[in-house]
Design a protein around this ligand. Sequence first.
Ligand SMILES: NC(=O)c1ccc[n+]([C@@H]2O[C@H](COP(=O)([O-])OP(=O)(O)OC[C@H]3O[C@@H](n4cnc5c(N)ncnc54)[C@H](OP(=O)(O)O)[C@@H]3O)[C@@H](O)[C@H]2O)c1
Length: 365
Amino acid sequence: MALNTPSIKYKAHAYKSNRTPIQIVDETIDLVRKPNGEYVAPRGRILVKINYASLNPVDYKVYKKTPWISSFYNSKKGFGKDFSGQVVSIGANTDTNVKVGDLVQGLNWPIWGGGSCAQYLLVNPFWSPITTVPTNIDLIEAASFPLVLGTAMQMTRKMKLRDSKVLVIGAGTSVGRYVVQLARIGGAKEIVTTNSNKTSDLIRDLGATSQIDYHKYPNYLTPVLESVKSSGQFDYILDCWGTGDLFPEIDHVIKKGGIYYTIVGDDANSPIGAVKSSFRVVKSFLGLTKYNYRLGLLSSNFENKGWIESARDLLQDGKIQIFVDSVYPFGELREAIDKLESGRAQGKIVLEVEKPSQENQNPFE
Ligand SMILES: NC(=O)c1ccc[n+]([C@@H]2O[C@H](COP(=O)([O-])OP(=O)(O)OC[C@H]3O[C@@H](n4cnc5c(N)ncnc54)[C@H](OP(=O)(O)O)[C@@H]3O)[C@@H](O)[C@H]2O)c1
């Protein structure tokens, strides 16, 4: 797949700061000329032609928090992290297992690196996990899992799940659906979840042994204490939505030495919630809580990025089910974000950058 132009020109969704809209802009990637006259991706980089990008709440949160002053440093910040597509070129000295022509999915990092809602992406595999697509899923599903399944794997990886009692808060979220499945695969004895009535059958099929409808119980504490009364305290609490409901009675709810792992904190939308959870992190670190409290952000590099290979294997073996809510055309990012922000998506929202076809499996041939 030889490239014979010195640069790639393409369209991308980008923004300057939270004061400007996310717009489609023209972008350019400069290539490196080889002695034989062909062009390749820059050193240490993988050039991917994107087919699909999936949206995560963090993409929009980052945009909303990007100050205007950062426009001086970078006036075209890309939007989106998760992607699927095809490897077009690999630069010299690139440490990767993927090859030119491979169909791949990955998570582009760092946070203000290029966005995946673009026709091309220059991936730095030092920061960005990338691997080949399992043969039993399509490219839409491939784009949908990296950040959320990676987060669920990071949350559960140090937990001894066999025969444990687990509470998954926000089991209907994309992360929560994977957490429930990983708890089931890990051999948890009891998996209690909070989710709406509408997802009840689905969450049960994924592994929940009992459920709390958050519409019926806007505060989870009472039903959680009932569960403790009937079958004992929890070994692990995995919060995928963000709540402080349990803390007034937390010592009754979780076992001594148990883990409370949240990826949001007490409240995603409140600075007071953020202060409370940060305070709890410090208390737990100093050994002043009887349980371990963790406020985790996905680290793209955990297990030296090997997690994406493990995720790939779980999917290839058919052990994990993927959920895609909807697919939006490239020009309808705003509508896709509105659906994401509604909090009602049933799985991932995916942006179709270019439908894969027989011809564009090898875009430069
Ligand atoms: N720290 C990190 O590294 C990290 C990584 C990924 C995500 N996150 C954060 O985790 C959260 C979830 O992200 P996501 O992409 O998984 O979400 P998502 O898929 O967009 O979540 C949508 C689902 O949330 C559920 N939901 C709505 N209101 C709820 C409530 N009051 N209580 C419990 N569940 C409710 C609904 O499920 P039902 O159908 O059951 O109503 C809905 O289907 C976000 O705040 C995100 O920013 C953090």
